[in-house]
Design a protein around this ligand. Sequence first.
Ligand code: S3P
Length: 441
Amino acid sequence: MAGEATVSLLRVKGPVEAIAGTVTVPGDKSISHRALILGALARGRTPVSGLLTAEDCINTARALVQMGVEIDNLGQSSVVIDGVGLRGLRSPTGVLDLGNSGTGMRLLMGVVAGQDFAATLTGDESLRQRPMDRIAQPLGQMGIKVAGQGEQCLPPVTVWGGNPRPITYQTPMASAQVKSAVLLAGLNAPGTTTVIEPARSRDHTERMLAALGAQVSVDGLQVSVEGNPDLSGREMVVPGDFSSAAFLLVAALLIPGSEVTVGGILLNSTRTGLLEILGRMGAKLEVSNRRQATGEPVGDITARASQLSATQVGGEVIPRMLDEVPILALAATQAEGQTVIRDAEELRVKESDRLAATAQVLSALGATIQQQPDGLVIDGPTRLQGAEVDSFGDHRIAMMAVVAGLIAEGQSVVTNTQCISTSFPEFADLLRDLGARVDEK
Ligand code: S3P
């Protein structure tokens, strides 16, 4: 569990020399969660390779095991899930602890909604501060009772599973977690369950459901699934996580003389908004070797050190680059002019308040950055100065801060970096493979 891990820190002395090389990153976190969950709900066996072995996904896998699912090689990147069928989960052997993972908790709330038992889900200190009312509301409309703490329905939450009714639900925010929870509950509802989003969020749930045999239709911002599908297990290959690759690619853009290729990366356009924005800023990014892996587009991405210019970011691209806003903000500190990021208020309810955390970390390193209620304003370019900064217990803030330390003048220490293991345990090792000196503790 992230909260129980020993406290660690990473130390870097910048500015580092050029980084170079070709690497691969671990499997996509969003797809790994879905492969575990849908493999469990399908009939028959689902062999998955390339699965992310980080804490978030292991916690989801353990929760499924607690509900009676057999997973061979749990903890490895190649597992075999013995599916129990749509309503075949068993009443769990205790509270389900999802650690740091909002995705694990929210998707499993949707799953439990369609089972014949009640389950209580909890998490670490960060997850216990994240709102679950966004899931409780649609599940309530489906006739499923959910109880949590306070008005925002904070964890621990209890979901009384049963017979969800199909609904048409307009989500107040573009959230793949909300969309997925409703669609997963809809698998055990008679008839058509529809989710309409204000902007397109990542679409891995609908793609994977279709690949396993469900009837899924997508019409603009509207996604529907027919209840009681015949889901059959099948082999799945999880591509590399674009959100993890982003830290290495931006490092290469910002460190003079660098050239880094990250191979086998997910290129789903609901995830790669950062590529478009960096391209507009003048980043030298090249995508090659495009191919498909289990219904998802995949390719290799090469980044070369680049002179960047500022840009304006907002609207529909934000959900397509949600987890990349902190690393984009770092890139913007090195870009010529004023970068404005808007419509990103959802970042305030992530593993940390990512707008506040990004602004604090980058200010401490000497950047000119201001928070807005829904975004950030960054003036560049600024020569960053080494400092001691905290991760706020958030993996994406920790990794952004380490990359910032690589280009800052002098020593930087990033504290509380154990959270990196929730999504990208190999991060520091890969930076070392590329030639950057990153010291632990
Ligand atoms: C995720 C959805 C996003 C993202 C998270 C993973 C998913 O969250 O930030 O890291 O796998 O569905 P929201 O649905 O809250 O936007």
